[in-house]
Design a protein around this ligand. Structure first.
Ligand code: MG
Length: 494
């Protein structure tokens, strides 16, 4: 392991929800939940204000609504999230050629490979400057962890949240990790956590004290070895430059083998839902559905099925996983189940539209209705055309966003990222003066021209900073459509 804390982990704070709060002044400081609003939707991101009520990502939306009935529930605007992610990733790539994105809002950076940092002091200064740059360019906060390994850098950024920086000095890792709960370590989920607690292991120190042989006996060879190394803070994984993660998967190990075929089926459905929650959380969709089954005798099978096009539809993933399960013999019991999606693709604009709509074809939903549903069926009051959180523009009142709709009416709040909290007005859903619009940029272009994002590029080409169109600058109302299009379509500002 390297001697200096030059691996950086960046994690934007409550990313989707923070983008929504930055876009919508009336939601700042309020509970905001972003995710699928249909009856089967799950939470993609909850603002810190919503987390106070216990709302967290991957939770069924119905449960979130019960916990935080007064929160704002919004559909995701992946186009905007992706544009902002590009801005952030561009800042990271200025630091090093080795940038490993984990999702739209999270990445490892090898600062040493970029010649940016060689010791604790230079690493800290780089992290501080990065946070300031991210704030200036996006208007958002991200937390930074710095350490000599990926595992510790990620733990550090988690500890630093929100809006902070934490550096773990090499040599202090074990003292820091020791008292932490085992769940802090990557790969220790609720099941493993429970399993370990039952044998009296709750902290990382206790894990290390148990010794490698004991952990292998308790958790199996691969997991036991890996966990022991992590408990000693050993992590040699290099930062690998990749455009994006290749697959998203979730799995659960069961303390007692499951024999009941029905229960196995329900577990697979649940895992499929969780997997889709992650997929959506990362703004991705995928074509290949993978089922993993470890049987009572530790034999492990994977089965996969490739769809015609990418999906992030929970019903589609559930069905594919169920079909795959049909081909697996589970007599004797299973000790682990997993569901994954690979062959990932970013959302396209068309996908987005389809994904965000509640439930386009009720008939296709009926047969599935009774199968292990967690989210309660509630009447969907969302009009087909207007979804909560969607950007709109009114011919007379200008840009705004849909606060809600139903009973033939749509309520729009007229405000922009740079305005004061705005007023609400209600229209008939068919009002010809109201149309959907592109998202507005979070940071006014005049203050931070896009050239800022790719300094080396603009130097090379001598591109002048773009000036806003007439009337756009001061109040941010006129001419914003133009800016919005640019910000969305040319995120790297070239
Ligand atoms: Mg994050």
């Amino acid at each position: 392991m390297r001697r200096a804390p030059t691996i950086l982990h960046l994690d934007m704070d409550a990313f989707y929800a923070s983008v929504e709060q930055a876009s919508k002044p009336s939601l700042r400081g309020k509970a905001v939940v972003v995710g699928g609003l249909g009856p089967r939707g799950v939470v993609a991101t909850a603002s810190y204000e919503a987390r106070v009520f216990g709302v967290h990502s991957a939770m069924p939306m119905g449960q979130a609504r019960r916990l935080a009935p007064n929160a704002a529930y919004l559909v995701p605007r992946f186009g905007l999230y992706r544009a902002i992610s590009e801005q952030v990733m561009a800042l990271l790539r200025e630091l090093s050629p080795l940038v490993e994105p984990l999702s739209l809002d999270e990445a490892f950076v090898d600062l040493e490979a970029g010649g940016r940092a060689w010791d604790a002091e230079s690493a800290r200064l780089t992290g501080i400057k990065l946070r300031a740059d991210i704030r200036a360019v996006t208007g958002l906060t991200g937390s930074v962890g710095l350490a000599a390994s990926k595992m510790l850098a990620k733990i550090a950024s988690e500890q630093a949240k929100p809006d902070g920086l934490m550096l773990i000095e090499p040599g202090t890792e074990r003292a820091l990790l020791g008292p932490m709960p085992v769940r802090t370590l990557p790969g220790v989920g609720p099941a493993t956590g429970d399993h370990l607690r039952r044998v009296g292991i709750t902290t990382v120190d206790e894990l290390a004290e148990a010794g490698e042989d004991e952990l292998v006996r308790l958790l199996g060879k691969a997991h036991g070895h890996a966990l022991y190394a992590m408990a000693l803070a050993h992590d040699e994984r290099p930062v690998v430059a990749e455009r994006e993660a290749k697959s998203v998967s979730v799995e659960d190990t069961y303390d007692v083998d499951i024999h009941d075929r029905l229960r196995i089926g329900l577990e697979v459905q649940r895992l499929a839902d969780r997997c889709v929650g992650r997929l959506r959380g990362a703004g991705l969709s995928g074509r290949t559905i993978v089922l993993k089954v470890r049987r009572y005798d530790f034999s492990t099978l994977t089965r996969s099925e490739t769809l015609r096009g990418p999906t992030d539809d929970p019903a589609v993933v559930r069905e594919a996983a169920a079909r795959l399960l049909d081909s697996v013999d589970t007599t004797g019991g299973v000790r682990l189940l997993g569901v994954g999606v690979s062959g990932l693709a970013d959302y396209t604009q068309e996908d987005l539209f389809a994904q965000a709509l509640p439930v386009p074809a009720p008939s296709a939903e009926e047969p599935e209705g009774g199968v292990g549903e967690v989210a309660p069926e509630r009447p969907v009051a969302v009009e087909r055309q207007w979804r909560a959180g969607q950007d709109v523009r009114h011919a007379e009142y200008g840009p705004g966003w849909v606060q809600g709709s139903g009973l033939g009416r749509v309520t729009v709040r007229f405000e922009t990222p740079q305005s004061a909290p705005g007023r609400v007005r209600t229209f008939f859903v068919g009002d010809p003066a109201l149309e959907s619009a592109e998202p507005l940029p979070l940071v006014a272009d005049a203050a931070h021209p896009p050239a800022r994002l790719g300094q080396s590029d603009s130097d090379r080409h001598g591109a002048p900073p773009r000036t806003p169109d007439g009337g756009a600058g001061a109040d941010g109302w006129g001419g914003n459509r133009e800016q919005a299009s640019d910000a969305t379509r040319v995120p790297d500002g070239a």
